[in-house]
Design a protein. Structure first.
Length: 356
């Protein structure tokens, strides 16, 4: 019995990061995000996005107008103000919103606001409907980057609009390229879409998702990191509670990956959890924090790792404060703190406004 009690105590300590996880949040691995794009005929945009790994589902429909539950015939007439769009569910641990923007920009004519290819009218205009401030920022930055690239002689006219509503199209239009492959191939082949895309992208490349954050080799990391840091980020180790660098840090700034430097969390979302580890209610940059199922112990947990550095950061628990009720329980050894006064100097100027 004594051995059993010791084992149980140790298990609860490790599993709960100082607290027992009351509710198993397996839903994390099943959570998805939404993205909505307009790129002309939704038969084509649907098929293009469904090829992307991490895209869970794509639905053809209408958005941008005021009429509720419009029909395809009403939208195609151009009288509803709606645009043909696709709305997709995607797993952000597999594909980022920036990578979805890569697909969008390289599968439309972003200079044509009066339609797309053979389909004319505002109902076929290319557009991005953002679902969050983060999506808005990424979309606007990518549009600016494409304009500055010089790939297109004309100005990029794609509108970036806040998402309001989405109405699925009739079942006939869902997965049209699968249901009617011959008709779809005939339509697409004669629409001018692929001819245009081949001409533009044969000698050009454009990636929104390019990053300055890289992962050094394990050999390099052994020379750069302390033994504890290496054990945590590469061997999924856990540092001691209350004996780590940032558990009680109250200074304002952001926390970045010790390996890659990618921004992860902000002091704005840090709270005192009483566990002895730095704890946060949410990430600063969601797409940089990857969630994975962890079955190493008796109770299933959700591990968090950095996207580009692939560093083990810690775990998520469901005993945090409002508004998320989440507790990102992290290892200080996986992090580097950048004070607010050093953000511009160290290349994180986009986050300096958080502390003004």
């Amino acid at each position: 019995m004594k051995k059993l009690l010791i084992l149980l105590t140790l298990t609860l300590f490790v599993v709960g990061c100082g607290k027992v996880e009351i509710e198993n949040r397996e839903i994390i691995a099943e959570e998805y995000q939404l993205a909505t794009f307009a790129g002309g005929c939704f038969w084509c945009t649907e098929s293009d996005f469904e090829k992307k790994e991490g895209v869970l589902d794509v639905v053809s429909g209408f958005s941008g107008g005021i009429e509720e539950n419009p029909t395809y015939k009403e939208v195609s007439s151009g009288t509803t103000g709606h645009t043909e769009v696709i709305q997709l569910k995607f797993d952000p641990t597999i594909v980022s919103y920036s990578e979805l923007l890569d697909v969008f920009w390289t599968h439309v004519d972003p200079t044509d606001s009066e339609g797309q290819f053979v389909d004319r009218g505002k109902q076929y205009r290319p557009a991005i409907f953002y679902h969050s401030d983060e999506q808005k920022t990424l979309a606007e930055e990518s549009k600016k980057k494409l304009n500055e690239s010089g790939i297109f002689k004309n100005h990029i006219t794609v509108e970036i609009t806040k998402f309001d509503s989405f109405y699925p199209a009739e079942e006939y239009h869902q997965n049209y390229y699968k249901k009617n492959p011959l008709r779809y191939k005939f339509y697409r082949g004669n629409s001018g879409r692929d001819k245009f895309l081949n001409n533009v992208w044969e000698n050009n490349t454009f990636y929104v998702s390019e990053t300055k954050y890289v992962k050094p080799s394990n050999e390099e990391l052994k020379n750069i990191l302390t033994p504890l840091q290496y054990k945590v980020v590469r061997e999924d180790g856990t540092e001691r509670a209350f004996e780590n660098e940032y558990w009680d840090n109250k200074e304002e700034g952001i926390y970045v990956d010790i390996v890659s430097g990618e921004p992860l969390f902000s002091s704005k979302d840090k709270f005192v959890s009483g566990t002895g580890w730095p704890s946060f209610t949410k990430p600063l940059v969601h797409e940089n924090v990857v969630e994975l199922k962890d079955y190493k112990w008796f109770i299933p947990r959700t591990e968090v790792r950095s996207k580009y550095g692939d560093s083990h950061l810690g775990h998520i628990f469901m005993d945090g404060p409002e508004p998320t009720k989440l507790r990102y329980c992290l290892n200080s050894a996986a992090l580097r703190f950048v004070p607010k006064d050093m953000l511009i100097e160290e290349g994180y100027e986009e986050y300096s406004d958080l502390f003004n």
